[in-house]
Design a protein around this ligand. Structure first.
Ligand code: 89Y
Length: 340
């Protein structure tokens, strides 16, 4: 199969890790970069030997023959760029969260469906090594039917240093982190039947919420609580960016504990296994399990682009996660449960 030619749109914090991950996956060739601030794109172009840099996305699409777009900009640029992809009929991958509101997300999915181009979301949390292993344990059925689960990422890690725009978001932690955790909850427990959400803002110098708890009924049987925080927490042990799980079934329990330990307890006792992510020199050690997950995520997206399989995080599927994100805001604002 000849390499697929692609261009990256947005050369901020995440772009360097996603480009490095594409180099691990192979089968692709990065031919051009777009960024509003061209000097930023020039730095990334130099680092990865990319021949062309543009300050106007449409100029890039007019001059470069590419097989797919990889959109890694901040959220407000996602819809205009996906609509450009539809205009030029180019398959497109877009970073999560898909859009700043549900109506915009639905419009993006509709326009791509109408012109018949593949549209995927770069949603990598479900591709984390320990999370894939935990799902396998659950699917093996040794803990029986899962009736309750807790999924959480609670940290005082200063995410705003690498991603200063997060401070300005009206909707912060549920779009930024909740998109990941709700997608993982769907991956484990199926579609939601109902949800209830409460949020708080602890940081005094940010616009949106930095704490949220979402309680869901999923798959008609499992009560799932999703806790997230980037407050100025004083934690004995900060496990950023690890997602921790505790799942109760009618035959046992399953835990993803700190430092990638999976513990399964059933009648015969407790079985433990450590499932750390692979280490890549290009990954930021503070983000290792998340950065490492970009490789299998890109592999799955590439197979979708090549027509080998239907990529897991296709936009039609991710729209179901986006619906939960904005239902959570609706629930918190009205202080009411939402029944689907
Ligand atoms: O933006 C977020 C993401 O995608 O993974 C972690 C993060 O950087 C901060 O929540």
């Amino acid at each position: 199969m000849t390499d697929l030619r692609y261009a990256v749109f947005g050369t901020g914090f995440w772009s360097q890790f996603q480009i490095a991950a594409w180099n691990v996956v192979g089968g692709v060739q990065l031919v051009a970069l777009y960024n509003r601030t061209v000097s930023k794109a020039e730095k990334v172009a130099e680092k990865f030997s990319v021949p062309k840099v543009y300050g106007d996305p449409e100029e890039l699409l007019r001059h470069e023959k590419i097989d797919f777009m990889d959109i890694i900009t901040e959220i407000d640029a996602h819809a205009p760029l996906v609509n450009l992809a539809a205009k030029y009929k180019i398959p497109v991958i877009c970073q999560k969260p898909m859009a700043p509101d549900l109506a915009t997300a639905e419009q993006m999915v509709t326009v791509c469906r109408q012109v018949g181009i593949p549209f995927y979301i770069h949603e990598n949390f479900r591709w984390q090594t320990p999370i894939r292993a935990l799902k396998q344990f659950l699917d093996e059925g040794q803990i029986g039917r899962p009736f309750r689960a807790r999924i959480e990422l609670i940290s005082g890690f200063p995410v705003f240093i690498n991603q200063p725009l997060l401070r300005t978001l009206e909707h912060f932690i549920i779009t930024d982190l909740g998109s990941h955790l709700l997608d993982v909850a769907r991956f484990f427990f199926g579609e939601a039947d109902s949800l209830y959400c409460q949020t708080r803002r602890i940081h005094g110098d940010i616009r949106g919420e930095d704490v949220a708890t979402i309680m869901l009924q999923m798959g008609g049987k499992t009560m799932v609580t999703v806790n997230m925080a980037y407050a100025e927490n004083y934690l004995e042990r900060d496990t950023f960016p690890q997602t921790l799980f505790f799942i109760e079934g009618d035959k046992g329990s399953l835990e993803l504990a700190p430092d990638y330990w999976i513990r399964m307890t059933a009648r015969q006792g407790t079985f433990s296994r450590r499932v750390p992510p692979p280490r890549y020199v290009w990954a930021d050690p503070a983000y290792d399990v998340v950065h490492a997950s970009i490789v299998p995520c890109n592999e799955n997206l590439l197979g979708g682009l090549q027509g080998k399989w239907i990529a897991e995080t296709n936009a039609e599927d991710n729209l179901k996660t986006v619906r939960l994100v904005f239902a959570a805001y609706d629930s918190a604002q009205r202080n009411q449960a939402i029944v689907f």
